[in-house]
Design a protein around this ligand. Sequence first.
Ligand code: C2E
Ligand code: MG
Ligand code: MG
Ligand code: MG
Length: 292
Amino acid sequence: QARLLGRNQICVYAGAPDDEDPARLALETALRQALRDEQLELHYQPQVDLVHGRIVGVEALLRWQHPTLGRIGPDRFIPIAEETGLIVAIGDWVLRRAVEQAAAWQRAGLLPLRMAVNLSARQLLQPDLARRIEGQLAASGLNPRLFGVEVTESMLITNFDQAVQHLRALRALGVEISLDDFGTGYSSLSYLRRLPVDVVKIDRSLVPDATAPAEDVSITRAIITMAHQLQMKVLAEGVESEGQAALLAANQCDQMQGYWFSAALPAAAVETMLREGRQIDPALLGRRSRER
Ligand code: C2E
Ligand code: MG
Ligand code: MG
Ligand code: MG
């Protein structure tokens, strides 16, 4: 990589580029092996409705248990997987696993529970992504209405038209499209209007609690109002306290997920939770008159 230092001076950057960093390289090799040796696992975080308090869906989140390094979080390995292209194979594995699990839950009659999967930027660039997902849904027998995908605004930039085509095709099947981490990027209202999105997921940095300044609550309320005007639902992420949940409910937020209700859990633990009928105490949610 050449860098311009000043007039007529060019310096060749001598440091190792990112992909030759030994630690990253080791992690990349380990990640390839993880995929092969089935060290990867999906956990599922419940998503709860803020009107009746019941679990309506789960988000599939990757977990990697390395035999000697221990747990490695997706925030560390997803970026590496993105850069190396490994994310395509990993993403395929996630889709297959999540669809299988959701189909099993559907067969078991465990409520109409929706399974949401995070997509990566690279996956959205694959010309056959929507067709492949459609094929997997058909093969599994899973009702597409019980399936969803999560994308972020930044992922849509590289090839906006292709990404939007995929989302439209999936949506036409009944798959729910969520815009993840809303409020962290260059979100603009006119941009949001152009996206085929069913759910806006408010990033946890924009989820206020009872002690938050009134201005913060106003911003969150404005996002909720705007999304509703665009016929979109709103889910708040990273809800860690009862106070936050109550505040969101009082401000017409539709759904939430977060440690307060539950972290992401193995499939069996989610099943137990569903069988026990765990829900938010309706008293906390108050009475909601809803126009939608
Ligand atoms: P995300 O999609 O925004 O997922 C939400 C993250 O917030 C998850 O972190 C979740 O465990 C965490 N979280 C949930 N509730 C709370 C809470 O109350 N407080 C706090 N502080 N955090 C909470 P996780 O599992 O570490 O995943 C991080 C990111 O990695 C995800 O962000 C997503 O972008 C990515 N990721 C995870 N699994 C996959 C996958 O299968 N494919 C792709 N492409 N990306 C994935
Ligand atoms: Mg997500
Ligand atoms: Mg998020
Ligand atoms: Mg995120």
